[in-house]
Structures are given as C-alpha cells and as structure tokens.
Design a protein around this ligand. Structure first.
Ligand SMILES: [Fe+2]
Length: 340
C-alpha cells in the first residue's frame, strides 16, 4: 500500500479505499483497478493523492477509525444539516445524535486506535471530511484525557457541527482561495451563526464548542478573545483538532503539512495559543507517520508504514511486500526521518 500523488499512479495499481461522493454515494469501490478513464475522472474531481495497492491481494486498511458505512451516513446527515441551515429550518437532532452514536462506536471500538490516515479530501468535499476528521480526532483526544462517555458524545457532536455556521457564508463553502479582508470578517461570523443554530437543538455545551473553537489561550482568538481559563476543555480539544486537520489538508490556499510537521508546529505554539495538555493528547491520538508514509530507518533502509496504533507500527519493505517489520512504540527512535 502507498499514498501517492495522482500523477505517479499507473494503471496496474488498485484503489485501496472507496471514493465517496458528497451525496454519500460510493463512486468507486475499494479494490478497483485504476484505469486511465478512472484516473481522469478522479483528476477532474480534483483528487491530488490516493491510497493504492500494488497487488489486488493487499488488504491493508486505510479508511482510518471510521467504517465506510458510518462515513457515508455522516456525510449525508451533514449535507442535509447544511441545507436545513440555509433554509432556516431547525436541525434534525435525533438523526444527528444517531449518526454520532455510530461514530463513537467505531472510534472507541479498539483501545489502541489512533487517527492513522493521510488526507484524501478535495476542495469539493473538504467541509464534510474535515468535520468528520475533527470529530474523530477530538474523540480520540478526549479518550486520552480520560473523559467519560457523555463528555465524549458532547465533544463529537460539537466537533461534527463546529463549522455549520459556514453554511451562511458563500465564500467559505466554495473553493477556499486567498481571502479578502471582508471575507475574513464574514468567516469569523461562522462561530456565532453556528452557535445560534446548534443551541436551538442541542445543549449549551455542544453549541459552545462551535462558538469557541477559534479562541486561543493568549486571548488572540475570536469571536470574544477569551483567555485560557475561560475556555472550556471541550472547546480547546476541538480547537486543536481543527487546526491540526486544517494544517494537514490539501487546500488550494495553503501549503499542506505532514503529520509530524503539524504536530511540531502546534507544540511550538503551545502554551501561547494551545493548551500543552491538549496538544499532548493530540500527539497520542494521531499517528506521527500515518499509513502510506515512507520512512527511512536509522540504518538507511526505506519502509512503508502499513499499520499503526498507540503501541506499535508495521513497516513494509516496498521491494518485497511480504517482508514486514513490527516496531513497538518504544523503538520509534529507529526511524531517522520521513521520506514521503
Ligand atoms: Fe471554524
């Protein structure tokens, strides 16, 4: 398995994950041979990278902690919620709650699970996949911080809906290009609009997450410029998860970072912008080198990461796929650097 730029994918490779449309339909199934016609179609959908298998017999998982079933359902529910917001209709609280229960079940199923995948978003599906990733990462962080089931559910709901207010802002759900000053003022409004919409159907705690996810420890955030002691833990968690997922995403207006670079940057901005305990929880919740990464061992040998958890990492020899090396988390120092 490899994570490759589209231009390096050849027609003897196979898709390692399903491609899901914004309406929640599966457009291409896992295991599909990537013919020139499919690659052309994916390029038109603005995919820049994909996970691929070099042999149809490979079965490494690159769907992350969420099953395709829940991902598809959640995208449908989020899309429907955004339409309701635009039409000034109340949110469907039971439906959102139901899909979040499914998400929690998936994410918390395995004790040693981490957020182990690299972004495959496109400008078109950015908001959907970003909202879902932030929910998954936030729940994993909350678990590291020993929060209880009820608190994890509030965090998952708040994270899933954190950018709902963007439905009011035309520029935000179109392709994100360099923003003008007026656009920036409008974008900042999404926290307030999101709060108002969510509060009508959910608890104050859940709505506050959307309201406060851009607040920062030193008071430099928005909309209120709250300082650390006044920001609830749930909002700090979602704020860190949101920044992380934005940093590692392929967006047209910013250079994308890899997980290790983003973690380094967030650590450098702590404690000024981000709470140190919350950043530590992020480091434990996401893979430093997610599956599909190519790393170089201290001896100089290159390996592909094919599985990763809180305790271990499995590294594949790219020249001989059956040659696997299992590295306990205590031996991560054997990795000299990330190559790709
Ligand atoms: Fe936001």
């Amino acid at each position: 398995m490899k994570y490759l730029p589209l231009k390096e994918i050849t027609e003897d490779m196979f898709l390692a994950h399903a491609v899901i449309g914004n309406d929640g339909r599966v457009l291409l199934n896992k295991g599909t041979r990537l013919t020139p016609a499919y690659l052309h179609r994916l390029a038109r959908m603005e995919y820049t990278h994909l996970y691929v298998y070099e042999s149809p017999a490979e079965d490494w998982d690159c769907t992350g902690p969420l099953s395709d079933k829940i991902r598809v359902e959640a995208i449908r529910v989020l899309r429907e919620s955004l339409i309701r917001v635009v039409e000034h209709k109340p949110l469907n609280e039971p439906l959102i709650s139901f899909v979040i229960e499914g998400l929690l079940k998936d994410v918390l199923q395995q004790e040693d699970r981490v957020f182990d995948i690299i972004d495959v978003k496109t400008p078109d599906n950015y908001l959907y996949n970003h909202s879902l990733n932030v929910a998954v990462i936030s729940v994993l962080m909350g678990r590291q911080l020993k929060l209880n089931r009820e608190e994890l559910k509030e965090i998952a709901l708040g994270a899933f809906l954190h950018d709902l207010g963007k439905a009011y802002i035309k520029t935000a759900i179109k392709k994100l290009q360099a923003l003008s000053a007026t656009d920036t003022v409008q974008i900042k409004q999404h926290t307030i609009r999101g709060f108002e919409t969510i509060r009508a159907s959910f608890s104050l705690k859940v709505a506050n997450i959307a309201y406060q996810h851009h607040e920062r420890e030193d008071g430099s955030g928005y909309p209120l410029g709250l300082i650390g002691v006044d920001i609830p833990l749930a909002s700090k968690i979602v704020g860190v998860a949101d920044s992380f997922d934005a940093m590692v995403s392929n967006r047209t207006y910013k250079v994308r970072l890899w997980n290790d670079q983003a973690l380094k940057e967030l650590t450098a901005e702590s404690p000024a912008k981000y709470n140190p305990a919350v950043v530590r929880a992020l480091r434990e919740a996401v893979a430093l080198y997610p599956v599909g990464s190519v790393v170089q061992l201290t001896g100089g040998e290159q390996r592909v990461v094919v599985a990763v958890s809180t305790t271990k990492m499995v590294l594949q020899n790219p020249k001989q796929l059956s040659d696997l090396l299992e590295l306990p988390v205590t031996e991560f120092s054997r990795i000299a650097k990330r190559v790709l």
